[in-house]
Design a protein around this ligand. Structure first.
Ligand code: GUN
Length: 284
């Protein structure tokens, strides 16, 4: 049976680590690192994520501000808020919560964020740096997953990794990060035929497709490490991942649960990236 990777407890250790560094930063500079989150519309999942982010910031001494905007906001209004935050030297990190309402093109607004404040690591400059192997800000979920590998001594070098999903939030940056760490990487997505056969050859499976219970026991090679990034809401309101946990845990060597796996690590890495943004801007 698999070792269950405890993301909740690892995230709490990471937060304690960040808290010490934030204290040191704040003492040295006389101000705290500051994160500004832009939340457009009233998507309940986004509201919950943003509340969690704010609470975690408070816990470690990062100053956080949430800008709540109506879903009917115009493109110009959103643009002018981003420019204002770009120009505000008291703001170190800017996070535009996704998804945006349909009439707003997320790429356009991500591109407007000062790349030195882009704590999500979604700006093309930061994705470009990651893709050439010299990362600056790495997207929080893939970064959190790499930290799990380190802590649990899951080797990546020379391993076959299959990433299911190609979003800019998880799948693509995850693949780039695994390549940087010398894995042999295959990316599967909704148009890939025979995903199960491809997954069954992997030493590491990252499930980030957003489809409840997609990865079954017979998709997994015995001894593989299976990371579940899925956050799917079931009809009864319970959170469930992309992996059929009960089946897969019998075959895998390591597995992450949902909840209590990847989710808490994502928020912990956002705190780390915000501190990094404050350092970068202090040096600039
Ligand atoms: N929506 C879901 N996950 C994320 C994330 O990590 N960052 C942002 N900005 N939006 C998200």
């Amino acid at each position: 049976m698999a070792t269950i990777i405890d993301g909740k407890s690892l995230a709490s250790r990471v937060r304690a680590e960040v808290k010490r560094e934030v204290e040191e930063f704040t003492q040295r500079h006389g101000y705290a690192p500051a994160l500004n989150v832009i939340l457009v519309g009233d998507d309940p999942a986004s509201q919950l994520y943003v509340r969690n982010k704010k609470r975690s910031c408070e816990e470690v001494g990062i100053q956080s501000t949430i800008h709540r905007l109506s879903s009917s906001i115009s493109s110009e209004e959103l643009e002018s808020l981003i420019q204002e935050l770009n120009n505000d030297e008291n703001v170190h990190g800017i996070l535009l919560q996704l998804p945006l309402p349909e009439h707003l093109d997320s790429h356009k607004f991500i591109n407007m964020i000062n790349p030195l404040k882009d704590v999500d690591g979604f700006h093309p400059e930061n994705i470009g740096l990651l893709s050439i192997g010299t990362p600056r800000f790495v997207p929080c979920t893939p970064l959190g997953i790499m930290r799990m590998f380190e802590e649990y001594k899951v080797g990546v070098r020379g391993k076959r990794a299959v990433v299911i999903g190609r979003s800019i939030i998880v799948g693509r940056p995850m693949a780039l990060l695994l390549i940087k760490h010398d894995a042999t990487v295959t990316v599967c997505h909704s148009k890939t035929p025979n995903i199960s056969e491809i997954a069954a050859e992997a030493d590491i499976v990252i499930a980030a497709a957003g489809r409840a219970g997609l990865v079954r026991g017979d998709w997994v090679k015995p001894g593989a490490c299976v990371i579940d990034v899925g956050m799917n809401r079931r009809e009864d309101g319970k959170l469930t991942g992309d992996v059929e946990f009960e089946e897969v845990k019998e075959k895998a060597s390591y597995i992450t649960p949902v909840p209590g796996g990847v989710g808490p690590m994502t928020v912990a890495m956002l705190l780390k990236n915000t501190l990094q943004a404050a350092y970068i801007q202090t040096r600039a």
